[in-house]
Design a protein around this ligand. Structure first.
Ligand SMILES: Cc1cc2nc3c(=O)[nH]c(=O)nc-3n(C[C@H](O)[C@H](O)[C@H](O)COP(=O)(O)OP(=O)(O)OC[C@H]3O[C@@H](n4cnc5c(N)ncnc54)[C@H](O)[C@@H]3O)c2cc1C
Ligand code: SF4
Length: 441
């Protein structure tokens, strides 16, 4: 085995989607990379996850993964103060008064200022949020111009066209199943001849039923007038979303068997998760080293204003004491500790010495913002924001299909939606909404 360098080319915090993909690419370019991962490492297979999931008394997104959701002694939710590098469970995200009060620090890991709009969580194992669904939507061009187009959030310094080749690389790595023609909407375009790595996953029976029910006859004005689209909406086709699930065997993994267990775990690994890329990264020409159960706790900034090292603390068991402290130096640093854990390193450092010094709990990795950034933008193709979720302002019925429209949806970003419904009018819709104008051009 090659000796570890004293100064790595790149140090990465977090081995989720971002960390794994970056490490793999760097490894292919013969760089020496160290990844610090707060959770357990890459399991040799998924047997232990499956066993934990099958025997779990509560089948929630975190059930297969460590740390344990329930305390083995009293059977209640694990006290986050007693767990190294814990993470919330959806069971702990209930409102006060029900099982798992998210405001009680003995039950819930979450510290959230303001409302808690999305009650799901992330994993803390090599591979990050392995219990994801696998939906792989591209951003539409206007997502990069939210401020200038809609007066919301900020504009990105890059545009959709800057990412086209990166999207293709990521889709190849994840193994995305989709149909290019179906995914051309709102300005999303593809290089000539581009195809997704696999054909789309066939529409489900529900999709087919919704499509058939909605579109057997042209929709009538009185059925869709409440949408306020200007011109009558006559058709609402149902389209699939790109999925990181194999529609056919891909890179040594099997095709999806369609049993819809994707969250929390695919029993046959037809759904992608980042451990697949991490395993590849370990076999690249560079040295890619995953240091698991290692919590980055301090980003040290030198006098030149650049990061000079990242300090970490390590543990061996979920509830044991720290076993090691150290630091890594690198020429470049990547913080890939989740879109929901941005304060991780800084927080840990601020809290640990202080708490440990007072004889309080000496566990690490607590006190993070949570998955509240996972919000849903509903129906950004249509501009009419059609959703099957609440809260709703309008409800429409057609045969056995019921749909709902949320006025809030226009303001809320989303990458997390199973099915997209598109409006097609007899004529181009006339509307002041910039997004609709863009769509109708
Ligand atoms: C239930 C659910 C379903 C989802 N479904 C989809 C979907 O279908 N499509 C989609 O696009 N997105 C989906 N998402 C969102 C998606 O999973 C996340 O956006 C994605 O995981 C973010 O990747 P990441 O690499 O930034 O972070 P993560 O995958 O969360 O990885 C971060 C890693 O950093 C580690 N870490 C954190 N702090 C430290 C520290 N201090 N030291 C060391 N390591 C640290 C964590 O342990 C973790 O392994 C879903 C999320 C959830 C919760
Ligand atoms: S085999 Fe089942 S769990 Fe796996 S991707 Fe397909 S539907 Fe999801």
């Amino acid at each position: 085995m090659a000796a570890e360098p004293k100064v790595w080319d790149v140090a990465i915090v977090g081995s989720g989607f971002a960390g794994a993909l970056i490490a793999n690419e760097l490894g292919k370019s013969r760089k020496n990379v160290i990844i610090l991962e707060a959770g357990a490492g890459v399991a040799p297979n998924i047997d232990a996850y499956m066993r934990r999931f099958y025997s779990a008394s509560a089948k929630v997104p975190e059930s297969p993964y460590t740390p344990e959701i329930f305390d083995p002694i009293d059977g209640g939710l694990s006290d986050p103060n007693k767990v190294n590098a814990g993470r919330p469970t959806v069971l702990s995200l209930n409102p006060k008064g029900r099982f798992g009060d998210w405001t009680d620090p003995k039950q819930a890991y979450l510290i959230q200022k303001g409302p808690r709009p999305f009650a799901s969580t992330f994993d803390r194992i090599a591979g990050g949020t392995s219990h994801w669904l696998g939906t792989c939507l591209r951003f539409v061009p206007n997502d990069f111009k939210m401020k200038s187009r809609y007066g919301q959030f900020v504009d990105w310094p890059i545009e959709y066209k800057d990412l086209i080749s990166s999207y293709a690389d990521a889709e190849a790595e994840l193994g995305v199943s989709a149909n290019v023609d179906e995914q051309k909407y709102c300005g999303i375009d593809f290089p000539p001849g581009y195809t997704y790595p696999m054909p789309k996953i066939p529409n489900s029976t529900t999709d087919q039923h919704v499509d058939a029910s909605l579109n057997r006859d042209p929709l009538k004005n009185e059925e869709t007038a409440f949408l306020g689209m200007g011109d009558p909406v006559t058709k609402i086709p149902v389209r699939g979303v790109p999925a990181a699930r194999n529609s056919e065997p891909y890179r040594n993994r099997r095709a999806c068997a369609g049993n819809t267990n994707c969250i929390p775990i695919c029993p046959i690994q037809a759904k992608y998760d980042p451990t697949i890329t991490l395993n590849d990264a370990m076999n690249t020409p560079g040295i890619v080293k995953l240091r698991e159960r290692t919590v980055a706790c301090d980003i040290v900034v030198g006098e030149n204003g650049l990061i000079s090292e990242i300090k970490y603390i390590r543990y061996k068991t979920e509830t044991g004491q720290r076993t090691e402290a150290g630091s890594v130096k690198a020429r470049a640093y990547v913080i890939a500790a989740s879109d929901r854990d941005p304060a991780t390193a800084a927080d840990v450092d601020k809290q640990r010495p202080h708490r440990a010094g007072r004889g309080q709990h000496k566990r690490h990795g607590r006190a993070k913002p949570d998955g509240s950034s996972l919000l849903c933008r509903l129906g950004h193709v249509s501009g009419a924001d059609l959703s099957l979720s609440r809260p709703v302002d309008h409800i429409g019925h057609r045969r056995s299909v019921r749909w709902a429209v949320s006025s809030r949806a226009r303001r809320v970003p989303c990458r997390h939606r199973q099915r997209r419904l598109e409006f097609r009018g007899r004529r181009r819709p006339q509307c002041d909404d910039a997004r609709l104008r863009q769509w109708s051009q």
